[in-house]
Write a protein that binds this ligand. Structure first.
Ligand SMILES: Cc1cc2nc3c(=O)[nH]c(=O)nc-3n(C[C@H](O)[C@H](O)[C@H](O)COP(=O)(O)OP(=O)(O)OC[C@H]3O[C@@H](n4cnc5c(N)ncnc54)[C@H](O)[C@@H]3O)c2cc1C
Length: 536
């Protein structure tokens, strides 16, 4: 109920600002625990960067994120997401075409993968399975860290000390060799780390790109080896190292979470953009929407990124200068774009003509180590890469529900597209189509019939990701996943536990531990902390 002045009279237990998948996961857990929860989403559609939209009639695009693997299986089970319509279809191969007409296919059949790698280096083909085993081992080690809150190294409280000891014990369990390997991963570049194992650049190039997704770093930049690990943490239905597509597009993850939240009693409103978090006597007491409506709550949870939360919705006047400075320094600087195509047929790759398993997995455009590094060089100086790295998926081959019969959708993740263009971020609209052309031209070198197959295209620059999806500076993870912004440092030291300096204001999205990607872990872990405080 609202008053004549547009103020809702009911005071909610919790308002969640932002209906991305983390906001929805948080809302679902809070509602499940019996709280009165209201989710407010700015757009007409739920999901944020995990969204499906029928951009052209009959063609359903996973507009931003396109593959699912990091989604925590305990959350899928807790919230019974399968019952709410979530189904993951496996996507388990990588195909890399090269400009010289050769290609590399890595799939589920170890013998085939071995033969494929041996084309470039018999020695690498021998080592490859051992490397995979080691990465899975390292990923298993990191997994418990991303599934629980981080210890607060600055606290002497008994519970905190116990957490810190458990954390330290976890590291010790690696043994000296494992620990050394882990430290190497934390500090080395993806190329250097992989070069300790492999010699063929046709293998090192495509493998190294996992280290730069979403970062403003090159494959030779220190620290990128660690991000490789994130890509070995995929887990679907308990099967480690698995990647998949959500049937109906990645928006289905968000819709399943929304359905669970509603089933537990949460209310979700779209086209409800929050203009301000109401702060009174240093506590969050509700929000004001863009249209002036005021809604009160005992707690506000921000499911938008840290910069938008504090410098936008809260306002610097409510913040200590040092905290405001830390938020301003928090690195967002988006580096990725997306091109979604509606096709009237399949692309034909020179190096593997016709249809086949190579079209049903990931298609990586990563011709050589130098070309990937050159793509980064252009971005460093404020231009989009003229020959970008691309990760391509044709979801309609695995999931026919996303395109009309005989037609296809192609999802192209592109790097680098720096938010800060030489002429300023706001000049991106002038360069949007040229960026789209560079993508199609580059891909056309490997699949010359592609351009003729295009019925429609959607080109999203980091500027568009900011304007349309609400990702500040177009950063796909709400902040770089670089070492200085991870674990107890995310988003800023002292506030990695979803709390904020404003009482009763919490954070629950990708700018908090354990970070970006379709994981739902920040949302779920934030809910856990809120409920623990609620109970105390
Ligand atoms: C192009 C691209 C490709 C990606 N590919 C993958 C991938 O393949 N796999 C993967 O795991 N991850 C991928 N990611 C990353 C992943 O999608 C994101 O990290 C994740 O979806 C972020 O979820 P979130 O809930 O934390 O935030 P968001 O999805 O950003 O949700 C925040 C929500 O808040 C809303 N909002 C903003 N301001 C307001 C306001 N004032 N009032 C109300 N609502 C507001 C926004 O509209 C949005 O819905 C990709 C991201 C992008 C952009």
């Amino acid at each position: 109920m609202t008053t004549a002045t547009g103020r809702e009279t009911r005071t909610r237990d919790v308002i969640v600002v932002g209906g991305g998948h983390n906001g929805l996961a948080c809302a679902a857990y809070l509602a499940k625990a019996g709280l009165d929860v209201l989710v407010l989403e700015r757009r007409h559609v739920l999901g944020g960067a995990a969204v499906t939209e029928e951009v052209f009639p009959g063609f359903k695009f996973s507009v931003c994120s396109y593959v699912v693997s990091l989604l925590r299986s305990w959350i899928v089970r807790d919230l019974d997401l399968a019952r709410h319509g979530l189904r993951i279809l496996p996507l388990d191969s990588t195909f890399t075409p090269f400009p010289d007409g050769r290609s590399l296919f890595r799939g589920v059949d170890p013998a085939e993968t071995r033969r494929e790698i041996a084309k470039f280096s018999p020695r690498d083909a021998e080592v490859y399975p051992e490397f995979g085993r080691l990465m899975v081992e390292q990923a298993r080690f990191v997994k418990p860290i991303i599934d629980r809150r981080v210890p607060d190294p600055g606290s002497l409280a008994p519970r905190e000390l116990a957490d810190a000891l458990r954390f330290a014990g976890h590291f010790r369990s690696l043994g000296p060799e494992g620990l050394a390997r882990h430290l190497k991963m934390l500090t080395m570049s993806a190329v250097d780390f992989l070069s300790e194992w492999f010699e063929a650049e046709q293998l090192i190039g495509p493998m190294s790109i996992s280290g730069i997704i979403g970062t403003f770093l090159g494959i030779r930049s220190p620290g990128t080896a660690y991000v490789l690990l994130h890509h070995y943490m995929g887990e679907i239905d308990g099967s480690f190292r698995a990647w998949g597509l959500a049937e109906g597009g990645t928006g289905r993850v968000s819709l399943a979470l929304a359905s669970a939240a509603r089933a537990y009693g949460a209310e979700i409103r779209t086209e409800a953009s929050t203009a301000e978090v109401l702060v009174e006597a240093e506590r969050a007491v509700g929000v004001v929407l863009e249209d002036g409506e005021e809604i009160r709550a005992r707690r506000v949870v921000s499911a938008v990124d840290p910069r938008r939360t504090f410098l936008g919705l809260v306002g610097e006047r409510h913040l200590e200068p040092e905290f405001a400075r830390a938020i301003r320094r928090y690195k967002l600087r988006g580096s990725s774009g997306k091109v979604n195509l509606a096709l009237d047929g399949l692309p034909d790759f020179v190096s593997r003509p016709g249809d086949g398993p190579h079209l049903r997995g990931d298609i990586t455009i990563a011709p050589s180590i130098d070309s990937l590094e050159r793509a980064y060089d252009e971005a460093k100086y404020g231009a989009f890469s003229s020959e970008p790295f691309m990760d391509v998926v044709i979801p309609s081959l695995t999931d026919p529900t996303v395109a009309p019969p005989g037609k296809h959708v192609m999802s192209i993740f592109v790097q680098y597209a720096p938010y800060h263009l030489k002429g300023g971020a706001e000049t991106w609209p002038e360069h949007r189509e040229a960026f789209g052309d560079a993508v199609l031209r580059t891909l056309g070198r490997y699949a010359p019939n592609l351009e003729d197959r295009v019925l429609h295209r959607q080109v999203l620059t980091p500027w568009d990701l900011e304007q349309e999806i609400g990702l500040t500076e177009g950063n796909i993870f709400h902040g770089e996943l670089s070492l200085e912004q991870l674990a107890f440092l995310r988003p800023v030291p002292g506030y990695a536990r979803y709390r904020t300096p404003i009482r009763d204001l919490w954070m629950c999205a990708s700018g908090t531990h354990p970070g970006g990607g379709i994981m739902a872990a920040p949302g779920a872990l934030a809910a856990r902390e809120i409920l623990a405080e609620n109970a105390s």
